[in-house]
Design a protein around this ligand. Structure first.
Ligand code: NAP
Length: 242
């Protein structure tokens, strides 16, 4: 009998890596980890070496073909029980009056279209099995303005709306759908923020710092474990949204 699978998209990145490790640890080997990556094969392979029985899958999730290849690769190994839609991009940073149609298409394809159709396709598998959990990784910027984040904000706000809609429609089929909303977290995504900007951001965080990827992973794990959590968004932002 094959083990059920937990799929973490963007496992080659900071939050995905911490999340995959924690799911493995908490499931005590009960779930097999599918570690998705796009460009950073070295990071995915390093993580695979750390998580026994895991496997890696490369896919560009902004394309239908990429999403299908992830689904097919997972189904070839077993039944998906968990999907963490974590892969995302905050690029390009464009002030509101400078947003470009090409940027809209590329950013929204990764942050919104990808998770939407992965929820549809993995959700179908989970609903047929009568159980499953989906966690989407949103952002504090879904509800807070920062110059340059118009398209990112829109993509994450829409992802939260989709989270609630899927929770409503899949709940009766035994599938729970929730989201986490991280504040500023120390990963490759925030590495390049200039020191002065970091200071400005941290001044808005009640706890006065950026967070660790493990803090987000804990919230994702909570949403996976808590069998009455459905259609909710948990903030992990150090109090930045206050
Ligand atoms: N860091 C923060 O402060 C922060 C705050 C709020 C929300 N978030 C959200 O948290 C999630 C993870 O971000 P992170 O901070 O861990 O950033 P990260 O380290 O840069 O990781 C981003 C991940 O997304 C993957 N990815 C990017 N474009 C992709 C595409 N077209 N197809 C498939 N995968 C793609 C990357 O894959 P490869 O590297 O293999 O190409 C990587 O695994 C994102 O959704 C982000 O929006 C982050």
């Amino acid at each position: 009998m094959p083990k059920d699978i937990a799929v973490v998209t963007g496992a080659s990145g900071g939050i995905g890596r911490a999340t995959a490790k924690l799911i493995h640890q908490k499931s005590e080997g009960g779930l097999r980890l599918a570690l998705h990556y796009n460009g950073n094969q070295a990071a995915a392979e390093a993580l695979r070496a750390e998580i026994p029985d895991s496997f890696i899958v490369r896919a560009d999730l902004s394309s239908e073909a990429g999403r299908k290849s992830l689904l097919d690769a997972v189904l070839a190994q077993g039944a998906p029980y968990v999907l963490v839609n974590n892969a995302g991009t905050d690029r390009p940073h464009e002030p509101a009056l400078m947003i470009q149609e090409t940027s809209f298409d590329s950013l929204v394809s990764v942050n919104l279209k990808g998770p939407a159709f992965l929820m549809r396709d993995f959700g179908k598998e989970m609903a047929s099995a009568g159980s499953g959990v989906i966690v989407n990784v949103s952002s504090i910027l879904a509800r807070k303005a920062l110059v340059g984040s118009a398209l990112y904000r829109a993509s994450k706000a829409a992802l939260e709306a989709l989270t609630l809609q899927f929770a409503f429609e899949l709940g009766p089929r035994g599938v729970r759908v929730n989201a986490v909303s991280p504040g500023f977290i120390e990963t490759a995504m925030t590495d390049g923020i200039a020191p002065e900007m970091r200071e400005k951001i941290m001044a808005q965080v009640a706890l006065g710092s950026f967070g660790a990827p493990e803090a987000v992973a804990q919230a994702v794990a909570h949403l996976i474990e808590n069998d009455f959590a459905n259609g909710t968004v948990i903030a992990v932002d150090g109090g930045m949204a206050l």
